[in-house]
Design a protein around this ligand. Structure first.
Ligand code: NAD
Length: 386
């Protein structure tokens, strides 16, 4: 049996990764470690995750309080011993996914889970650039300090055993107006999100250099597909159209992104975990580069609505990078190939949000999500600076 820890496994890429691996490795089991922020949803792991396998950690010290509405109704564990017992029971059962609800900034439960396995995928992060402009401290605490606690716990419990796969991002290189960033290109992060991820990326590397921790770093470009929280560009655009509202586009809408479908992205991550070299970084580029306005037009076409009526240009966000681009030679040398083209994958994504429209509409209307969106977009519609 292969037992994996997946931090941030209730989020978009983490949950799709678990779904992929549940199929790929029939005898694998997963300890998901996630604090269920606004973008972490047990729904993403259903039906593989059963309610009785969700445990809310009520011990240890943390900077963040778990959100009451997200943890209501789940079983609580009040000590390290309790958590150990529950994981022991889970390992003996036939179930394959267990969710420990706690933050990566809480060291005590991290140490407990590390004692069960030394194979770890680190997806947990605050991930939305727009939010990082309004709440930068959250990004520093989770993405930098949380990653540090994770590395520290891994080192204390596992030392140099196993593998620690860290998910970084293409955004750490900053905007690449021409050409492609290689793994050894310099970092010029522009937002508090990308700067925090850049800090985390180098902290992970420092634990390899200093303590020989068995780390591998993956830097994906823009991922899209099912189960992405609908504040991000593609699902937001789809939801806006389905709600008969306009798609908001920043500035002139000509920012370029390189897109990779989630199924290709999670396959790439797994391949790097299996075949990548310890201590190395791997870019995971997309296979389709498009201007944002073109993506919005494609979504209008899929919905059968007129682009002119459903696309609205709003003020650009501060420090908005014009283009990201990754060189994927290192990944391709491991044998990676894409299975999906953009047009098939976007159709599939569109259908997913259409089928789950009510669920995602409700999410967008939740008090805290709505509050963020209202502040953010009303500022962008004003004439003066945000
Ligand atoms: P997401 O926002 O959907 O998921 C993040 C998950 O982390 C959520 O489940 C959330 O609850 C959890 N989390 C947040 N703070 C936490 C904390 N303090 N403790 C424990 N869990 C916490 O994001 P995603 O798109 O799935 O991104 C996953 C990873 O991939 C991130 O590290 C992100 O930086 C990276 N990445 C994403 C993309 C993309 O296009 N989505 C591209 C490149 C890299």
């Amino acid at each position: 049996m292969n037992l994996y820890i997946v931090t941030g496994g209730a989020g978009f890429i983490g949950s799709n990764f678990i779904r992929y691996l549940l199929q790929k490795e029939k005898d694998s089991k997963f300890i998901v470690y996630d604090s269920l922020t606004y973008s972490g949803l047990p729904f993403n792991l259903f039906p593989f995750l059963k309610r009785e396998n969700i445990f809310v950690v009520s011990f240890g010290k943390d900077f963040f309080k778990l959100e009451k509405s997200k943890v209501k109704g789940y079983k609580k564990v009040y000590s390290k011993k309790d958590l150990q017992k529950e994981i022991d029971k889970f390992i003996l059962k036939g179930d394959r996914v267990l969710l420990v609800v706690a933050s990566i900034t809480n060291l005590e439960p991290l140490k407990v889970i590390m004692s069960f396995t030394d194979n770890l995928f680190h997806f947990a992060a605050e991930t939305h650039v727009d939010r990082s402009i309004i709440y930068p401290h959250r990004f520093v605490f989770t993405d930098v300090i949380g990653t540090y606690f994770l590395l520290y716990a891994f080192k204390e419990i596992n030392g140099q055993r196993g593998k620690f796969l860290h998910i970084s991002t293409d955004e750490i290189y900053g905007e690449i107006l021409k050409g492609k960033a290689k793994e050894n290109s310099p970092f010029y992060p522009s937002s508090p999100y990308s700067a925090s991820k850049a800090g985390a990326d180098r902290l992970v590397y420092s634990f390899y250099k200093t303590y020989s921790l068995p780390v591998i770093i993956v830097r994906p470009s823009n991922v899209f597909g099912e189960r992405q929280f609908p504040e991000k560009f593609i699902p937001l655009s789809i939801m806006k159209i389905l709600m008969k509202e306009k798609i908001p586009l920043y500035g002139d809408g000509k920012q370029k992104r390189s897109w990779i479908y989630q199924e290709d992205a999670v396959r790439g991550i797994y391949l790097i975990f299996k075949k990548g070299k310890i201590g190395e970084e791997y870019n995971l580029p997309g296979n389709t580069e498009l201007e944002n306005v073109r993506v919005a037009e494609i979504i209008c076409d899929l919905a059968g609505v007129e682009k002119e009526k459903f696309i609205e240009f709003v003020k650009d966000r501060p420090a908005h990078d014009r283009r990201y681009s990754l060189d994927g030679s290192k990944l391709f040398s491991l044998g990676f190939k894409y299975n999906w083209n953009f047009s098939d994958a976007i159709k599939r994504t569109f259908e997913f949000y259409k089928e789950n429209f009510k669920f995602y509409k409700k999410l967008l209307k939740e008090k805290k999500v709505k509050k963020f969106m209202d502040i953010w977009y009303s500022n962008l519609k004003k004439k003066d600076e945000v």
